[in-house]
Design a protein around this ligand. Structure first.
Ligand code: TXE
Length: 481
């Protein structure tokens, strides 16, 4: 897998160039532990140059485009993403360690985000407001200006699609700082934007370390909006930096999302969702479902069926395209294993299998299903970010709501039940930004607003809602009396 661009460079003002410090960072293949290349170690000087290039774009060609012209560029970019389908899928699978089919799904999602936001660019409208005689009042949705985007390593393409796609559609100029662990597709996306004809400076990409390039971006006074996906701890720092410059910030910080299985649920239908939502991308998914709450009457049945599914899970290198790939890094593997050490062996119900021939340097952890814990146990409260799910029994609806809402997070929840009244009651009572009834995740849901409450963050991405977030509302009151 050799990228068609030079990943040791930064992309600023429409040009590939060496970073200011001239140094690079290693990029590791999580399936083998081997170095697969180097990326630029961008720092505050590159971020400053990128913000200046973005400001120049807003004053120049990019800022002069109509909404329809911006939309057309995004549609073209989506086409180029699709034309590079195999290369992007292989790049993401190798860089992130995700099974090839899951990486292919991410390419499809990225192309779809470009298509959705390309089509939406010229359909965001203001309002006219009835007011006093002699006035005409209307609202305009304007770009913030330069927007800063910090994305993590777990779904680079999807997160770039939803964040950069919406920001560009609204006419912002973007500076993107991808994660140091996985950023090849972010760089590929920059080059495809260049090929699509985006004017210089509309999109700038500066890889580097979080506390260097990332912190410089969040602190830069030229940045008018920040969008961050990552950990709660870093989210706090990003929000504090945004407070310093008084700019709006969107935070998407993960979760401990529950699926609630009631005694009247269609368990045949639920089963693949119960398991996949926990092990997809090796559990390194912000909206992973790491808690499975089951009404006591059906606890034995669901436990046994999930255990059977777990015993069939196979773990190996990304390109072998099994159920589960490696974790992103040795550090992430250590975190997950230290969580697993908190469980008593008697509480481990079933585990998947790491293939014997999986490369020894890869960061593999067998998926693990746990039961018998108190809902307050750390394994049932904290985001593990690995292929680990906890089964928790509940007695009735009240008990289910109490347990489901009993963590600091609130990203996603789902209800499996054939009782329509219960579905509606719980959709209201569950503390989450998205509630799924008899499904989980809605296959990615590019069109569906997404984001959390509590420690899961605030602000909404995806769907039309993101377009409102990436614009500032201006009210115009004209007096003609
Ligand atoms: O996250 P960080 P890490 C959670 C998950 C995981 C834990 C740690 O629980 O185990 O976070 O992962 C950039 N200023 N999630 O350490 O540090 C960094 O370079 C500005 C959930 O990878 O939050 C990267 O680009 N930026 C999550 C991005 O922040 C900074 C996805 C994410 O890194 C920075 C990932 C700073 N001071 C992890 N420090 C989800 N919601 O899906 C780091 N960064």
């Amino acid at each position: 897998m050799t990228p068609w661009f030079d990943p040791t460079q930064v992309f600023i003002g429409g040009r590939w160039q060496p970073c200011a410090g001239g140094t690079t960072l290693p990029l590791e293949n999580p399936s083998t532990g081997e170095e697969i290349g180097r990326i630029a170690r961008g720092d505050h000087r590159d971020i400053d140059a990128a913000v200046q290039a973005a400001e120049a774009a807003l004053q120049g060609e990019w800022g002069a485009l109509t909404a329809a012209e911006r939309g057309r560029l995004l549609l073209h970019l989506g086409q180029l993403v699709s034309e590079h389908f195999d290369a992007l899928a292989e790049m993401e699978a190798t860089d992130v360690g995700k099974p090839l089919q899951q990486a292919k799904n991410d390419v499809i999602a990225l192309a779809r985000y470009c298509e959705f936001y390309g089509g939406a660019a010229d359909k965001v409208m203001g309002e006219t407001i009835p007011f006093q005689n002699g006035f005409t009042v209307y609202t305009l949705r304007e770009p913030h200006g330069v927007t800063g985007h910090i994305v993590p390593w777990n779904y680079p393409m999807q997160i770039i699609g939803r964040s950069i796609g919406a920001a560009l559609a609204m006419g912002n100029a973007c500076v993107l700082k991808p994660a140091e662990e996985a950023c090849l597709t972010a760089l590929a996306f920059a080059d495809l934007a260049r090929q699509a004809g985006f004017p210089p400076g509309a999109l700038n990409v500066v890889p580097g370390l979080g506390d260097e390039a990332g912190a410089a971006l969040t602190a830069h006074p030229g940045v008018r909006h920040l969008s961050f996906t990552g950990s709660v701890g870093t989210g706090r720092k990003v929000q504090a930096a945004a407070a310093e410059n008084l700019v709006p910030v969107t935070l998407e910080l993960g979760g401990k999302s529950p699926q609630l299985v009631f005694k009247d649920a269609d368990v045949d239908k639920a089963l693949p969702f119960l398991v996949n939502a926990g092990i997809q991308n090796a559990g390194q998914t912000c909206s992973a479902s790491s808690r499975i709450l089951v009404q006591r009457d059906r606890m034995d049945e669901v436990t046994e069926r999930m255990a059977e599914a777990y015993r069939a899970l196979r773990v190996g290198p990304a390109m072998a395209d099994l159920n589960v790939g490696p974790l992103i890094s040795a550090r992430q593997k250590d975190i997950v294993e230290s969580y697993l050490s908190l469980a008593d062996p008697s509480e481990v119900i079933a585990r998947g299998e790491v293939l014997d021939n999986a490369p020894k340097g890869g960061h593999y952890v067998a998926p693990t299903l746990i039961s018998g814990l108190d809902p307050d146990h750390r394994l049932a409260q904290e985001e593990i970010f690995g292929p680990v799910q906890v089964l928790l029994p509940f007695e009735d609806e009240e008990d289910a709501v109490r347990i489901a809402n009993g963590t600091a997070y609130g990203l996603v929840a789902s209800v499996w039940s054939s009782d329509g009244g219960r579905q509606m009651r719980l959709a209201k009572r569950l503390r989450a930004g998205q509630v799924f009834l008899n499904n989980y995740g809605a296959a990615g849901g590019v069109e569906l607003p997404f984001g959390g409450v509590g420690h899961s963050g605030h602000g909404r991405e995806k769907g039309f809602e993101a377009l409102y977030g990436f614009s500032a509302l201006k009210t115009v009151a004209a007096h003609h009396g």
